[in-house]
Design a protein around this ligand. Structure first.
Ligand code: NDP
Length: 482
């Protein structure tokens, strides 16, 4: 029997004004469930209750908050296998990646559980005699969290965990393509010792309920991860109420492969970076900037390794690349394949729709050769299992190509030269830079974010998250005469 899943509104599970189907992209006959779509009235009600709950939560002791976050994180890690299956079933990433994502989500909560106990402020003497200054952080209030489908549990968790840690209420609008993971995480959070209505789940379309959420004067801060056009729309809405915003958006990450690189290492990094998560990562290596001296040898190994990758059902053993997330995403990807060829790129392999035993959105990983950085396939985010090789004549040219983009999330270099690695690290115009590592894959205790069109507002993760989820108060205290 098909299960109907509800939203968490003002602390109670409620059906919505309509429902959507959630189907498995590896097998479209597999209906995962029906998911409620919140109404405008439900959103308003939950926003009102969040304000009350936030005041109560902020007054909880820090050990009580720490226990809540620790319990959420511990449960996620313990159930990584079960919830990883659910995630892979609805999103399409291979099971090992789904399980890894849920485990990592748990680590965000346990990291911020510890941060609950580390809320240190600053103090200073005043320029005025007998006056002392105390600087501390307070919660911003109610935070709207809008998350994408490609990391449905991890991206949401790296926002929800700090939001709760620093004393805020959360209204979560997950992507409609991945509601099952959202319900599973909400069930865990809602079972904890938290005030009624502190955490809300409002599933629904971004263009309706999402838009109403970001326009609400009841929201004090919005943390968004998604595409650039939607991000710009959200920023425009937010400014009307002077709501604080933090946005992580698209990118066009480059991996530079130098003539002194270990070729096998370079190919492994390029493959993982380009095709991990079926290429649907904001940190994907979608431009491979390769030195001409090793270009042909690199390309030969890369194309052979790409052809050998196993595309299949996300939950099937041995699958390295799952389906893309939806019919629409698949259609867009295939349009990019045609566009690349029209622009003069040579498709060395892949880029085709695949038929499998189950009906899903499968495509073979594709490699474009003989591309220039001016081509649209090298300027626009494709979010597909497609990557382009750009041949360059020197390290200097490689760096210039890496930086020639209006995005700036991650970049990487593969080299055995300390001098080049150091120069690259200091001159790549991205928020994250890697040396002999893939452009994808980051830690949770350090800042994450980019430059240009990739990010806007304070960085996420690590201690830096406090910049967004808190507001600073400066207190002046005059003790008076003894
Ligand atoms: P979208 O921008 O389409 O959607 C992201 C979220 O915003 C979804 O929950 C969506 O809801 C919601 N949304 C859509 N329209 C509105 C609106 N008008 N008001 C409020 N919310 C809205 O992105 P995708 O889901 O397609 O995710 C892929 C994108 O995310 C890629 O561009 C990728 O680069 C980026 N990304 C960036 C990361 C980073 O850290 N920089 C990390 C991961 C992904 P719904 O889907 O239900 O309509």
């Amino acid at each position: 029997m098909t299960e109907n899943h509800r939203n968490l509104i003002a602390g109670a599970w409620q059906t919505g004004e309509s429902e959507i189907e959630n189907r498995n992209p590896s097998d479209t006959t597999d209906l995962i469930g029906l998911y409620a779509q919140a109404s405008a009235d439900q959103l308003d009600a939950t926003l009102a209750q969040a304000r009350v709950a936030q005041a109560e939560w902020a007054a909880y002791g820090m050990e009580r908050k720490q226990a809540v976050l620790m319990a959420i994180g511990t449960e996620l890690m313990a159930r990584a296998e079960e919830l990883g299956i659910l995630l892979s079933r609805e999103e399409g990433k291979p099971f090992a990646e789904g399980r890894g994502e849920v485990y990592r989500a748990g680590q965000f909560f346990t990291y911020y559980a510890a941060e609950c106990l580390r809320q240190l402020g600053e103090n200073a003497d005043s320029v005025r005699a007998g006056v002392e200054i105390d600087v501390r952080r307070e919660p911003v209030g109610t935070v709207a969290i809008i998350s994408p489908w490609n990391f449905p549990t991890a991206t949401a968790s790296w926002k929800i965990a700090p939001a709760l840690c620093y004393g805020n209420a959360v209204i979560w609008k997950p992507a409609n393509l991945t509601p099952a993971s959202a319900v599973a995480l909400t069930e865990i959070i809602n079972r904890q010792d938290i005030p009624k209505g502190l955490f809300s789940l409002v599933m629904g379309a971004g263009s309706t309920i999402g838009q109403r959420l970001v326009e609400s004067p009841q929201v004090d801060a919005i943390s968004f991860t998604g595409s650039v056009p939607v991000g710009k729309c959200i920023a425009a809405a937010a400014i009307q109420n002077l709501t604080k915003v933090q946005m992580e958006m698209g990118s066009k990450n480059a991996l530079a492969v130098m003539d002194d690189a270990d070729l096998d290492v370079a190919v492994t990094l390029a493959l993982g970076g380009a095709f991990g998560g079926t290429g649907q990562k904001c940190t994907a290596s979608s431009r491979l900037v390769v030195h001409e001296a090793i270009h042909d040898a690199f390309v030969e190994k890369l194309v052979a390794a790409t052809k050998a990758m196993k595309v299949g059902h996300a939950l099937e053993q041995g699958t390295q690349i799952g389906p893309v997330v939806s019919a629409q995403q698949l259609a867009e990807n295939l349009e990019y394949v045609t566009l690349g060829q029209t622009e003069g790129a040579e498709l060395a392999c892949g880029g085709e729709r695949l038929q499998m035993p189950t009906d899903g959105f499968y495509m073979s990983p594709g490699v474009f050769l003989n591309t220039t950085n001016a081509m649209r396939i090298n300027r626009e985010e494709m979010f597909a299992p497609l990557t382009s090789v750009i041949k360059v004549g020197s390290y200097e040219e490689a760096l210039a190509v890496v930086n020639d983009t209006h995005f700036g999330l991650t970049s990487g270099i593969v080299t055995t030269s300390l001098a080049r690695a150091t120069h690259f690290r200091r001159n790549a115009r991205t928020g994250v830079v890697t040396v002999n590592l893939p452009t994808a894959g980051t830690d949770y205790h350090v800042p994450f974010g980019g430059r240009g069109d990739s990010s806007y507002g304070p960085r996420e993760q690590g201690k830096t998250a406090a910049e967004f989820y808190t507001t600073v108060k400066t207190a002046y205290i005059s003790a008076g005469p003894i």
